[in-house]
Structures are given as structure tokens and as C-alpha cells.
Design a protein around this ligand. Structure first.
Ligand SMILES: C[S@@+](CC[C@H](N)C(=O)[O-])C[C@H]1O[C@@H](n2cnc3c(N)ncnc32)[C@H](O)[C@@H]1O
Length: 253
């Protein structure tokens, strides 16, 4: 891509996100969002321990491995994916889109919501590249991203054209003391997004909106979100999925 076109894109992005256009050696900011020929990445400037930036790549590296060998991941099972059944999933807390992409890889249509504009910009950039690559374009075509809070959509669920069969929640939690070695990527996400403080409301709305089930990702040894016990859970080494079956109670309005 010619340099002038790249700069044009950077200016559009700055306007969309209401950010100043600076050079990448400008240290006056906590984070720098950098657009290159390869990708869009974010990097905290004041964290010397974090040398690499964060970007979304669904095509290569770990993502490729997950795509080819993701069969061991419990998430599709927790969501109810079967040979002849691929539910429509609302990923209400899309983040960097890994879980959502995994569900799209297993054949689900996924409606992603990400409310943090910078995280959503990284995700949109990763999805754009995934849509252009022959190995990932079919999977990425099953994904729709909305840069807004899922709370608004769920509050007005009766006005929506389609109801998600499954709603998936994986909110941010404060780092636990024992997990000081959180991965660099999660560290950046935590610095950028902080803690999600309205998760109980999100769960309450999801429970009345999902046609079939709500799936909540939790650290394995933490209690369930909210007061209501899940219908059942599936546990892995460090993660647990709490599953709330909703078929008997969702709002048919
Ligand atoms: C832990 S991350 C999700 C990681 C994601 N499951 C993945 O695989 O990359 C949580 C994300 O949910 C987003 N989030 C939290 N509440 C939200 C809401 N009500 N609507 C949209 N996004 C939300 C946060 O901004 C954050 O980026």
C-alpha cells in the first residue's frame, strides 16, 4: 500500500477514535496506536516490561494452531455445538475475538460486541485481514462486529431482528494475586480496559434474552457470577464455563 494511502487511513482512524495523530516516538501518551503496512497495534509507552505491542492476528502463529487444533477447547461444547447444530452466538464481550473466532471456526454465526473503541479497532483490523486471507475468509465471513455495548442491544432485544440462541460472556476481572504472570497481551488489555463493573447486569439481561443458553467463562476456582447457580458447568485446567439453560424463561416479546 502506498505511504500516502496509509497516512490517509491513519487520519480516518484518528478522526473516528478522536485521537491526535503523532509520530511513533512520541512518549507523551500512555498508549500509542500504530498503523503500519502489516497491522494496527497498540502499545503502552510507560511499561518497560512490555516490549511488544498488541494486535489481532487470526491467520498466523497461535491463531493458526488454535484454528487447526482447537478441537480440544471446551468452548464449542459449552455453547452446544454438535455435528448438525451450530447455534447463532452473541459474543457480548468480544475483546480480542479469540473465543468468538473459535466459535466461528466451529461453524457458528457470531455477532460480536466490543464497547472499548480501541480494542474494537484492533479487532476490526484483525477481522479485515482474516477476511482477505484464503485460509480464514470463510470463518471470518460468519462474524459480524458491532462497536458498542451489548447492554443496549440486550435492553432492546424485543426490537432486534434476530435473537441469539446462545449468549457468551467473558468479562474482564481484576488480576488475581496468584496470577502475577498474566500473559503480556492480557496485561495490555487490563491496562487499556480495566475491570468490567456492570457484568451482573449483563448476565441478568442475557438470561432473559438468550433463546437457549448463556455461557459464562470464569477462572476455575472463582464462584459463579451473580447469585443464581448455573444449570451445569464444564471445567478445564484453569477455566470453567458456567452454563445457564434459558429455554423455559426467555422473553418472547
Ligand atoms: C476478557 S475480554 C474478552 C476476551 C475474549 N473472550 C477473547 O477471546 O479475546 C472482555 C472484553 O469485554 C468487553 N466488554 C465488557 N462488557 C461489555 C459490554 N457490555 N459490551 C461490549 N463489550 C464489553 C471489554 O471491553 C473487554 O474488551
Amino acid at each position: 500500500m502506498p505511504m500516502a494511502e496509509l497516512k490517509e487511513q491513519a487520519i480516518t482512524l484518528c478522526n473516528d477514535l478522536d485521537l491526535p495523530l503523532v509520530s511513533d516516538d512520541d512518549n507523551n501518551y500512555d498508549f500509542i496506536l500504530k498503523l503500519s503496512h502489516n497491522h494496527l497495534e497498540v502499545k503502552p509507552t510507560g511499561e518497560p516490561s512490555i516490549s511488544k505491542g498488541l494486535w489481532v492476528d487470526f491467520v498466523h502463529g497461535a491463531a493458526r494452531h488454535r484454528r487447526l487444533h482447537g478441537g480440544r477447547n471446551m468452548l464449542p461444547k459449552a455453547v452446544g455445538v454438535k455435528k448438525n447444530r451450530r447455534p447463532l452466538v452473541m459474543d457480548a464481550t468480544a475483546g480480542l475475538g479469540r473465543d468468538g473466532f473459535l466459535l466461528a471456526t466451529s461453524g457458528c454465526e457470531v455477532l460480536m460486541f466490543e464497547r472499548h473503541p480501541i480494542v474494537a479497532a484492533l479487532l476490526a483490523d484483525g477481522l479485515k485481514r482474516a477476511k482477505q486471507h484464503p485460509d480464514t475468509k470463510t470463518i471470518a465471513s460468519r462474524i459480524t462486529l458491532r462497536t458498542e455495548s451489548a447492554l443496549g442491544y440486550l435492553t432492546n432485544i424485543s426490537e432486534q431482528e434476530t435473537r441469539p440462541e446462545v449468549i457468551y460472556l467473558d468479562p474482564m476481572f481484576p488480576p488475581r494475586s496468584k496470577s502475577a504472570k498474566v500473559k503480556k497481551e492480557l496485561q495490555i488489555l487490563q491496562l487499556l480496559v480495566g475491570e468490567d463493573l456492570d457484568t451482573i447486569r449483563l448476565l441478568d439481561l442475557a438470561l432473559t434474552a438468550a433463546v437457549e443458553r448463556v455461557v459464562v467463562k470464569r477462572p476455575k476456582n472463582e464462584p459463579p457470577l451473580g447469585d443464581e447457580p448455573p444449570s451445569f458447568s464444564m471445567s478445564g485446567k484453569t477455566t470453567r464455563f458456567d452454563i445457564y439453560l434459558t429455554a423455559n424463561r426467555y422473553r418472547r416479546c
